[in-house]
Design a protein around this ligand. Structure first.
Ligand code: THU
Length: 132
């Protein structure tokens, strides 16, 4: 992946995280999907008082890409921090992402310092994904 695009996506994920709507958990996540053409689509987690209606940042970003007609997803950047460490995407998001590209790259960013903490393939985190 292009280094400059990745750098921009990391910056954007950290910035956009402030817009997360997380009044119940207080846990904010910012995410940016990168597509083949280098386009970026961002998203944050949006919580709801009916807790099950909450949507994670990763799915918000993915739905933003699809809404804009761009499904050629090659990577997702996720910015957050818990106990000083970046967090991995939840199981539901892994499944949703895998439907589009099980081989995409996942980039975990520590939102405290804006540094990339880990780069891993979705297929490593979520092998043998369900697909019909
Ligand atoms: N959350 C995400 O946005 N992404 C994840 O991968 C894990 C969890 C959000 C959902 C909820 O708003 C808050 O973090 C606590 O679960």
């Amino acid at each position: 992946m292009d280094d400059l695009i990745l750098k921009k996506a990391v910056k954007r994920a950290v910035e956009i995280r402030k817009n997360a709507h997380a009044p119940y958990s207080g846990f904010k996540v910012g995410s940016v999907i990168i597509t083949e053409s280098g386009q970026m689509y961002d998203g944050v987690n949006v919580e709801n008082s009916s807790f099950g209606a909450t949507v994670c940042a990763e799915r918000t970003a993915l739905f933003n890409a699809v809404t804009n007609g761009d499904k050629t997803i090659i990577a997702i950047v996720i910015a957050s921090v818990l106990d000083g460490k970046a967090v991995f995407p939840c199981g539901i998001c892994r499944q949703v992402l895998a439907d589009f590209n099980p081989g995409m790259e996942i980039v975990l960013v520590n939102a405290d310092n804006g540094e990339i903490e880990k780069r891993v393939l979705l297929s490593e985190l979520f092998p043998d994904n369900f697909k019909i």
